[in-house]
Design a binder for this molecule. Structure first.
Ligand code: TYC
Length: 112
């Protein structure tokens, strides 16, 4: 059969002239991963960015400080890597929290 790979063999069960196709290999597709990034700006307080990293990205204080300073010095930095829906939720949570506190902090996601 054309286009068949290992373990994808289909079993055709006979019976009253109707072929039944059963899956023999479990279908496990790896989800695409997305980086969540924060961007530098001139106004958001450093302490607020550290708080964001602790609260929404489960970073300890030292890691949060290191990431914040990386963003401050390089313009952009990675908060974490997640599946699409989790990454989307993190971006929304950060943007909502920044807006509520009237900070211009920007958070985006990009496919890995
Ligand atoms: N540049 C900001 C300041 O000097 C600090 C900052 C760091 C802002 C990281 C945003 O994503 C950011 N207060």
């Amino acid at each position: 059969m054309a286009h068949m790979q290992n373990g994808e063999d289909k079993g055709n069960a006979p019976g009253r002239g109707t072929a039944v196709i059963t899956r023999t290999k479990p279908k496990t597709k790896k989800p695409s991963l997305y980086r969540v990034l924060i961007l530098n700006d001139d106004y958001t307080p450093m302490e607020f960015v550290i708080h964001i990293l602790e609260r929404f990205f489960q970073k300890d204080r030292e890691t949060a400080t290191r990431i914040m300073l990386h963003v401050h010095n390089h313009g952009v930095g990675e908060c974490g890597v997640y599946t699409f829906e989790v990454a989307e939720t993190k971006v929304s949570q950060v943007m909502d929290f920044a807006r509520q506190n009237q900070h211009p902090l920007q958070c985006v996601m990009e496919k890995k």
